[in-house]
Design a protein around this ligand. Structure first.
Ligand SMILES: *[C@@H]1O[C@H](CO)[C@@H](O)[C@H](O)[C@H]1NC(C)=O
Ligand SMILES: *[C@@H]1O[C@H](CO)[C@@H](O)[C@H](O)[C@H]1NC(C)=O
Ligand SMILES: *[C@@H]1O[C@H](CO)[C@@H](O)[C@H](O)[C@H]1NC(C)=O
Ligand SMILES: *[C@@H]1O[C@H](CO)[C@@H](O)[C@H](O)[C@H]1NC(C)=O
Ligand SMILES: *[C@@H]1O[C@H](CO)[C@@H](O)[C@H](O)[C@H]1NC(C)=O
Ligand SMILES: *[C@@H]1O[C@H](CO)[C@@H](O)[C@H](O)[C@H]1NC(C)=O
Length: 444
């Protein structure tokens, strides 16, 4: 045999053995290849690292009413699986970083620094985040179509935000006819009533309408320089495909179930007339949204729409498999917060008038004699307030084990600083995380 032939035979043998060893994995990769998906591997198995290592420094700006809780949950679980540190708020800031105050590194609990990931609500400040986060941090956020988003804000914060509360009969139409009769720019919580996305991104929600269009364009361009990916809630799974590739994560790293939704009957569909009024009232948000929706679709087209579609299907199939293995068949039933017996799974509600739904574990899943769902399954349906608390406890335990002296001194100092502004109880670190998970399984 010539050398060339020997070489070819060797190649054939190694290809076959590769296929035998990595059948499933290669299968997906090959499929992706045939569909013209460039580079990044479509791998659905954990641990099989692709060509580049997973990126672990992420700042996700969590915007309001945009499916951002679902992204946060993905990031929380990724952090736990990979022993990463998530920056979490000091207790006096609640589960948000003292939103709506502009973010400051002082709002970060000392047990959660130096962080790899930050994802709880905050008002964006580039400089402060840069001070806190590693240099190679990738910035990500998510936007939602302004009409649907405003309708959601109006319902969710109806009793919470005064600009909405003073509207007779809680009517969105009435508000939209004369917004200035109800809206006070300087009032507490006014950021939920106008250009909320712009405000969350650190911008000026009340730029006068004559300047608004030019301002919005400049602002969008500036955001484009900061954020490597702006996800769009209307194209959530497609956005996840881009996210996964940007961070070199596996498909399994971005599986999710939707969190923090309303019951279907508390949603109302908008007329095109009302959508137009909402867009006019939230003019800056609308320009920013259109800018980033266009940019998302440019990126999806660059990747190849067939490839994106295929990966979205793979994502949904893997998610269904996970849900089956977690909850034996389908997701636990959706119930309104008030009906959820298990308080670790009960989502926060802005008022009794809004029906936020969460997942309740069926009785037969928590009774004795049944194998309870695994931690990773429970965490997938855990609302953000409870998950934040749980993470703070486990990160505190971890750091106390490592630096018993340092951490307690730092805590005292930070709590002292905050107390100077605001009276409030010291952070409580009990009970331990494992106890919380046990309570979650047993409380019925
Ligand atoms: C390869 O992909 C096909 C089509 O998606 C699937 O039916 C088959 O089970 C896969 N094979 C392996 C070994 O995963
Ligand atoms: C995370 O930490 C645990 C306990 O220290 C260890 O067993 C595990 O291998 C670590 N996982 C990773 C992905 O580093
Ligand atoms: C980040 O970059 C700055 C300036 O380039 C450098 O001084 C600093 O040490 C870097 N920090 C880290 C954590 O690498
Ligand atoms: C509020 O609702 C009541 C009863 O449905 C109605 O009589 C009244 O006119 C409404 N007020 C406004 C300002 O729409
Ligand atoms: C987003 O952009 C795409 C592509 O240009 C367009 O087809 C779609 O209607 C836009 N979506 C919304 C909600 O504006
Ligand atoms: C729990 O009960 C429901 C309805 O009775 C059933 O569909 C489901 O399979 C049961 N789950 C388990 C884990 O036994």
């Amino acid at each position: 045999m010539s050398q060339k032939k020997i070489f070819l035979v060797l190649i054939a043998i190694s290809t076959v053995s590769l296929l035998l060893h990595h059948g499933g994995h290669l299968n997906l990769t090959l499929e992706a290849f045939w569909l013209g998906c460039p580079s990044s591997m479509v791998s659905s198995t954990q641990g099989s690292s692709g060509p580049s290592a997973k990126h672990t420094s992420v700042a996700f700006l969590k915007t309001h009413k945009t499916a951002s809780s679902t992204v946060q949950n993905i990031l929380f679980r990724f952090a736990e699986r990979n022993n990463l540190t998530v920056a979490l708020p000091i207790t006096t800031c609640d589960h948000q970083f003292c939103y709506p105050r502009p973010f400051s590194a002082h709002f970060v609990h000392p047990h959660t620094t130096p962080p790899d990931i930050i994802t709880n609500h905050l008002r964006f400040s580039r400089t402060e985040l840069r001070r806190l986060m590693p240099n190679n941090t990738i910035y990500i956020t998510i936007l939602r179509e302004p009409g649907a988003m405003f309708e959601s804000l109006f319902t969710y914060f109806n009793q919470y935000c005064l600009s909405f509360k003073r509207v007779p009969n809680g009517s969105l139409e009435t508000f939209l006819d004369h917004p200035w009769s109800y809206y006070r720019p300087e009032e507490k919580d006014s950021m939920y009533a106008r250009n909320t996305l712009t405000f969350d991104l650190g911008g000026d929600k009340d730029r006068p309408s004559s300047e608004a269009p030019a301002y919005a364009k400049r602002f969008a361009a500036e955001m484009e320089r900061v954020f490597s990916l702006v996800m769009i809630a209307e194209y959530f799974d497609e956005s996840l495909v881009l996210l996964r590739r940007l961070l070199s994560w596996d498909l399994d790293d971005v599986l999710y179930v939707s969190l923090n939704m309303r019951t279907p009957d508390s949603k109302s569909s908008l007329s095109s007339e009302n959508t137009a009024k909402i867009r006019a009232w939230n003019a800056i948000d609308s320009v920013v949204y259109d800018h980033f929706n266009a940019s998302l679709w440019r990126q999806l087209r660059a990747l190849g729409l067939a490839c994106v579609e295929r990966e979205v299907q793979l994502l949904r199939q893997s998610r269904d498999r996970l849900v089956r293995s977690c909850f034996g068949g389908h997701l636990p039933p959706l119930r309104s917060a008030a009906q959820i017996t298990n308080k670790e799974l009960r989502p926060w509600q802005p008022s009794a008038k809004v029906e936020i739904v969460g997942y309740d574990l069926p009785v037969n899943m928590t009774q004795k004699g049944h194998v309870p769902p695994r931690d990773e399954c429970l965490k997938m349906i855990m609302p953000e307030v409870q998950y934040t608390r749980l993470l703070l406890r486990s990160e505190s335990l971890r750091i106390r084990k490592r630096f018993p002296l340092r951490s307690s001194q730092q805590t005292l100092r930070t709590v002292g600083q905050v107390r100077a502004h605001k009276e409030s109880p010291a952070p409580s670190l009990n009970p331990r995380p494992s106890e919380t998970m046990a309570r979650l399984r047993l409380s019925q």
